[in-house]
Design a binder for this molecule. Structure first.
Ligand code: G3I
Length: 317
C-alpha cells in the first residue's frame, strides 16, 4: 500500500494536514490520516478562543486529543497559533487593556500553552498573519503593544520550550512583493537582534484561476532559506470555482506537483502541510462562496488526480 508520508521521508519532507479532533470518530477520516500523513496541525483547537476561553481558564482537552492521535500514529504536531487577530475570546477583545496588562496576559498565555505542549510539538506558529499588505496589521496586539509584541512572543515561547521551532506564519508572502518583503525585513531584523526565530510558514492558500508563478515562488522561498531559516508550507490548498471538471482537476494536480518539486528541492523546506485533506471538510466553501474542491481527496475520501501527482513526484524524487 502506497503511503505519501512514508515515501516523502526519504527526502526529509513531512506530509501534513490540518485536522479537527471531532472528525477522528469517522473511520475513513482517521484511516486516511494514518495512511498518508506524518504531521498534523490542529485547525482551530489550539487557538485562544478554544484553549483560553475565560481569563483564568485554559481548556486543553481538544488540543490534547490532537496530540494523543499523533502520538499513537507516530506523527509530529505543529502548534497553531499563539498570537493572532482572529478567534480571540471576548474577555480579551471586549475591553481596553493597558500595555502592561496586555503584555502580562500574552506572556502568561504563551508560557502556559507552550509549556503544556512541551515535548509534544515540533514547531509553533508563534505569530500568525502579523502583516496586512506591507504594513503591520492593526491587531489588538499591535495597537496596544507596538511591533515589539512579535519579538516578545518569540522570546516567551523560547523561555517555555528551549527546543521547539518558532515560526512566523502568513499568507500572501509566497511570491515576491511588498508583503513578502515586509516579512523578509522583519526576519532580518529579528535575526540581527538574536531574537529566537527558526522559520517562516508560508500558508499557500491558492486560487486555481490565479495561480502563483512557481519560479517566483521558488526564488522567494530561497531567499528566506538563505537567511538560515526553515521554510514550511503550512496551509496549502488550491481552490476552484464551479464544479470540478477533468481539466480543472488536472491543472490542480499540476500545481500541487510543482509545489512538491519545490519542497523536494529546498532542504530548508521540511513540512508540506495542507489545510485539511478531504474536500468534505474545508474552510474554503464557507469563506469563498461557490468555490471549493481545494484538497487532494474528494468528499468520499477517494484520492484526486492531485494525490497521484504528489505520489508520482515524490517517487521520482
Ligand atoms: O466553534 C463555533 C461553534 O460553537 C459555532 O456553533 C459555529 C457556528 O458558526 O462556529 C464555530 O466556530 C467556527 C470555527 O472555525 C471553529 O469551527 C467559526 O465560525 C469559523 O469561522 C472558524 O473558521 C476557521 C477560520 O480559520 C477562522 O478564521 C476555519 O475553520 C479555519 O480553517 C481557519 O484557518 C485559518 C488559519 O487559522 C490561519 N490562516 C487562514 C486559515 C483559513 O482561514
Amino acid at each position: 500500500e502506497f503511503r505519501l508520508g512514508e515515501a516523502a521521508k526519504a527526502y526529509n519532507v513531512l506530509i501534513g494536514a490540518a485536522i479537527e479532533p471531532a472528525y477522528l470518530q469517522e473511520k475513513a477520516y482517521a484511516d486516511t490520516l494514518k495512511k498518508d500523513f506524518t504531521v498534523i496541525t490542529p485547525e482551530n483547537r489550539m487557538k485562544w478562543q478554544f484553549i483560553h476561553p475565560q481569563e483564568n481558564q485554559f481548556t486543553f482537552e481538544e488540543g490534547d486529543a490532537v496530540v494523543a492521535f499523533a502520538r499513537e500514529n507516530n506523527m509530529q504536531v505543529r502548534g497553531h497559533a499563539l498570537v493572532w487577530h482572529i478567534q480571540n475570546p471576548t474577555w480579551l477583545t471586549n475591553r481596553e487593556w493597558s500595555k502592561e496588562e496586555l503584555s502580562k496576559v500574552l506572556k502568561e498565555h504563551i508560557h502556559t500553552v507552550v509549556d503544556h505542549y512541551k515535548d509534544d510539538i515540533y514547531a509553533w506558529d508563534v505569530v500568525n498573519e502579523a502583516f496586512e499588505g506591507g504594513s503591520y496589521r492593526e491587531s489588538i496586539w499591535y495597537k496596544t503593544l507596538g511591533k515589539e509584541y512579535i519579538e516578545k512572543a518569540l522570546i516567551w515561547a523560547r523561555e517555555a520550550d528551549p527546543d521547539v521551532q518558532l515560526f512566523l506564519n502568513d499568507y500572501g508572502i509566497e511570491e515576491p512583493g511588498v508583503k513578502a518583503d515586509a516579512m523578509y525585513n522583519l526576519c532580518v531584523e529579528l535575526l540581527e537582534k538574536n531574537i529566537p526565530l527558526d522559520g517562516v510558514g508560508f500558508q499557500f492558500h491558492m486560487d486555481l484561476h490565479q495561480p502563483f508563478d512557481m519560479p517566483s515562488v521558488y526564488k522567494n522561498l530561497k531567499r528566506f532559506a538563505d537567511l538560515g531559516l526553515k521554510i514550511d508550507i503550512t496551509e496549502l490548498d488550491i481552490r476552484m470555482l464551479g464544479t470540478p471538471t477533468e481539466a480543472l482537476l488536472a491543472l490542480q494536480a499540476q500545481y500541487y506537483g510543482e509545489l512538491m518539486d519545490i519542497a523536494l528541492d529546498l532542504d530548508a523546506l521540511v513540512s508540506f502541510t495542507m489545510w485539511g485533506f478531504t474536500d468534505k471538510y474545508s474552510w474554503v466553501p464557507g469563506y469563498f462562496s461557490g468555490q471549493g474542491w481545494a484538497l487532494i481527496y474528494d468528499e468520499n475520501y477517494q484520492p484526486k488526480p492531485a494525490y497521484a501527482t504528489l505520489a508520482h513526484n515524490i517517487l521520482r524524487g
